[in-house]
Design a protein around this ligand. Sequence first.
Ligand SMILES: Cc1ncc(COP(=O)(O)O)c(C=O)c1O
Length: 390
Amino acid sequence: MLSCQKQLFSLPDNVHYLNCAYMSPLLRRVEQAGIEGLRRKRLPAGIAPEDFFRESDHARALFGRLVNAEPARIAIIPAASYGLATAARNTPLSRGRSIVLAHDQYPSNVYIWQRLAREAGAEVRTVIPPDAPGRGAAWNARLLDAIDARTAVVALGNVHWADGTRFDLERIGAHAREVGAALVVDGTQSVGALPFDVARVQPDALVCAAYKWLLGPYSIGLAYFGPRYDAGIPLEETWLARVHSEDFRRLVEYEDEYRAGAVRYDVGERSNFIVLPMLIAALEQVLEWAPARIQEYCRALSAELLEEARALGYRVEEEAWRGAHLFGVRTPPGLDLERLQRLLAEQNVIASLRGSALRVSPHVYNDRQDIEALLDVLRGALETGRRPGA
Ligand SMILES: Cc1ncc(COP(=O)(O)O)c(C=O)c1O
């Protein structure tokens, strides 16, 4: 079992940061890598042509280890929206076909499918959860039901970004394969903190922004692309993705051929000398901790919180159907959300209100004091927080 890792970050003691789903705090070693990266450009003679490839390939290898995939199948992307647009660009769609999404997904995994559907005359089928006990299991069952012979793509996360509901991607993926549909996974809110195995889920694409659970900087991400996308067309034509691009003397001997695997889907200037070393340092740390142990840490840390929150009248999804690192605490009817928000601010508890649920997303830098502070807020919100007559 991991112990609290707060000493590896620069978090102040009086702030209870329970919001990794918004953005992870910076590891000291990641900050250091960024500073060193920044300084490298003081004298560019120290940046060699092979540096344009070595660090990128190192990042691919680390992410490949994290999700159990070949490094050559990993592309370096600037944002989740870019990876998802790449998948959409290469997923044929025709009139009458459907794209299956979960209700209220993050916009990066919605807008692109809406556009694709509009252009092709296809339908976006958004699967809504029931508002009843057993919500997680029933939502998963509804998703399975929505996938049929007309389905061309199923695009969703491993957990829902707003309340942590878990989607059984192995089952959903198996059903998508039966009907020949592509499975496109937005792993931004799970990969790094929840184990993900490409060999088991068999997604066609797995796309992750790095600034949350991969503990990386903003404006970079990683994506796995499976064999379905081997011969696809990238969103842009970066010269770095062509064979022989490492020979800087011969760059104008233009090449038609891409490097093997998913490298063609890399963003231009992917060899960012500040951001990439930061991402590498972050991935090394995540691999050292291991997602299974991060889940275990978060589960143990939040067990008492969840028990007491339930006893107070808050609702939380069953453990089997939510992440331990990301979960929604639904407020009892009539609770004054503005008061809850005010108490959070007063106690320096940082968590996000999403609709009427408080999204709590702990990590290994959180400790019992953070949980106690949140519990104080949840208790305090009930004390005089109910509107008269509610
Ligand atoms: C599920 C999910 N995907 C993606 C993102 C970020 O998307 P992008 O990298 O396109 O800005 C977020 C941010 O909150 C998210 O929650």
